[in-house]
Design a protein around this ligand. Structure first.
Ligand SMILES: NC(=O)c1ccc[n+]([C@@H]2O[C@H](COP(=O)([O-])OP(=O)(O)OC[C@H]3O[C@@H](n4cnc5c(N)ncnc54)[C@H](OP(=O)(O)O)[C@@H]3O)[C@@H](O)[C@H]2O)c1
Length: 333
C-alpha cells in the first residue's frame, strides 16, 4: 500500500535571488520529491522588506508571483510569519551581514525558539554565532542546516559530515569565491589588468558594484570560519583568519606563474591544527584545484579516503536552491 506523503510546510524569509530560486525549485520538483522522498513541500509564508504573503494551506503559484497580494511590512513582519504561521521549516535567505549577523540572526533564533527547523544560505549568523545557534537548535530538538552557505550547489558540509563520516578530516582547501576565480581566470587568459577584468565582471553581473567583500578575501574567510566550526568543531570567528585578497595581483605575476606551469588562485585553507588562511597561491596546472571561470572547488584531505575533490557552481539562485532543497529533504530522511 502506498503511504501518504508527509506534508512539510516551509516559509521563505528573504525573497530575492535565492528565496525566489527556492520557490522556483519547489515548483519544478514538487512532484518528483513527493514520489522519491515521500515529502510534500508546501510554501506557506514568504516575507521580505516589501511585505508578506501567507496561506497555511500552501500558497498558490499565482499568489507567489504577484507582489500586490502581499500584506504590508507594517501589518506583518518576517518575525510574525516565522512565529505565527504554523510550519515545519524556515528557509532564511536574507543578505549576509558579517558585522552583526542581522537580520538573519534574529530570524534563525526566532524560528528555533518557535520549534521550526532552519535551512539557510546566509553566512553571517553562522560565522558570528555558530556555537550559540547549534546549542539552541539542539536544545529545541531542531536542525539547523546550511549547505548553500558554503560553495552554493557544491556539496561540502554534508559530504564531509555524512558521506565521509568515518574519516578524520585533516584539511580542506579550495576556491570558495566564484567572482575572484572569474577575475583571475580572465586575467591569466587574456593578460588583462585587474581593474579592467573587474569592470567586465561587474558589467555581466558576476561582481557586485561594491566588490570589496569578494576581492579582499572576506567572503572566502567567512566560509572558512563556517567550515572550521562545522567540520572541525572549532570556535573560530572572522578575526581568526589570516586574509589576503587578489587586488594586488598583476598580469605579469600571472604570466610568470603560467610560464613555470602554475596558475594563481585565491585559496582558502583550514586544517585541524586550527590554521585558517586565505591568500593567492600558486596552483600547479594539473592540480584538481585548478578550475576556471566562476567555479568553486574544494579538496578534502582525509585519513582513510585520501584526497576527495568536489567541483561545482558556488552561486546562482537555482544552484543555491538545490542545496537548500537537499537540506530540507535530509531533515526528513
Ligand atoms: N545569490 C547567490 O547565488 C547566493 C548563493 C549562496 C548563498 N547566498 C546567500 O544567500 C542570501 C540571499 O542572497 P540573495 O542573492 O538572494 O540576496 P538578495 O537577492 O539581495 O535577496 C535578499 C532578500 O532579503 C530581503 N531582506 C533584506 N532585509 C530583510 C529583512 N530585514 N527582513 C526580511 N527580508 C529582508 C530582501 O528584501 P527586499 O528585496 O525587499 O530588500 C530580499 O528579498 C545571502 O545571505 C547570500 O550571501 C547567495
Amino acid at each position: 500500500m502506498k503511504t501518504k506523503p508527509k506534508t512539510v510546510r516551509i516559509s521563505i524569509i528573504g525573497f530575492g535571488n535565492v528565496g525566489g530560486g527556492v520557490a522556483e525549485a519547489v515548483r519544478r520538483k514538487r512532484e518528483e520529491i513527493e514520489r522519491r522522498h515521500g515529502i510534500d513541500i508546501k510554501i506557506v509564508g514568504i516575507a521580505d522588506l516589501k511585505g508578506a504573503i501567507v496561506n497555511e494551506n500552501g500558497l498558490s503559484e499565482d499568489a507567489i508571483m504577484k507582489p500586490k497580494t502581499r500584506r504590508k511590512p507594517e501589518d506583518m513582519t518576517s518575525r510574525d510569519v516565522i512565529k505565527e504561521i504554523e510550519h515545519e521549516v524556515m528557509v532564511e535567505a536574507t543578505p549576509t551581514n558579517v558585522e552583526n549577523g542581522e537580520p538573519g540572526l534574529t530570524h534563525i533564533i526566532t524560528a528555533l525558539e518557535s520549534d521550526r527547523h532552519v535551512v539557510t544560505s546566509n553566512k553571517g549568523p553562522l560565522a558570528l554565532e555558530y556555537s550559540r545557534l547549534m546549542e539552541l537548535a539542539a536544545k529545541r530538538g531542531k536542525e539547523l542546516r546550511f549547505e548553500a552557505a558554503v560553495g552554493g550547489a557544491m556539496p561540502i558540509i554534508s559530504l564531509v559530515r555524512e558521506n565521509l563520516a568515518g574519516n578524520g578530516i585533516i584539511s580542506i582547501k579550495g576556491i570558495l569565491n566564484g567572482t575572484c576565480n572569474y577575475i583571475l581566470t580572465r586575467m591569466a587568459e587574456e593578460g588583462l589588468p585587474y581593474e579592467h577584468v573587474l569592470k567586465e565582471a561587474q558589467e555581466i553581473g558576476i561582481a557586485e558594484s561594491d566588490p570589496s567583500k569578494d576581492v579582499e578575501g572576506i567572503d572566502t574567510a567567512v566560509k572558512l570560519v563556517i567550515l572550521a566550526n562545522s567540520v572541525f568543531d572549532m570556535n573560530m570567528t572572522y578575526e581568526d583568519v589570516e586574509v589576503t585578497g587578489i587586488t594586488d595581483i598583476t598580469p605579469d605575476a600571472l604570466k610568470l606563474a603560467n610560464d613555470a606551469g602554475y596558475m594563481i588562485k585565491l585559496i582558502g585553507e583550514v586544517d585541524r591544527a586550527g590554521g585558517l588562511k586565505v591568500a593567492p597561491r600558486l596552483v600547479p596546472k594539473d592540480d584538481p584545484l585548478n578550475v576556471g571561470g566562476t567555479l568553486n572547488v574544494a579538496t578534502i584531505k582525509t585519513d582513510l579516503a585520501g584526497d576527495i575533490t568536489v567541483i561545482g557552481k558556488g552561486a546562482g539562485p537555482i544552484e543555491a536552491a538545490s542545496a537548500i532543497l537537499s537540506d530540507i529533504i535530509r531533515i526528513y530522511s
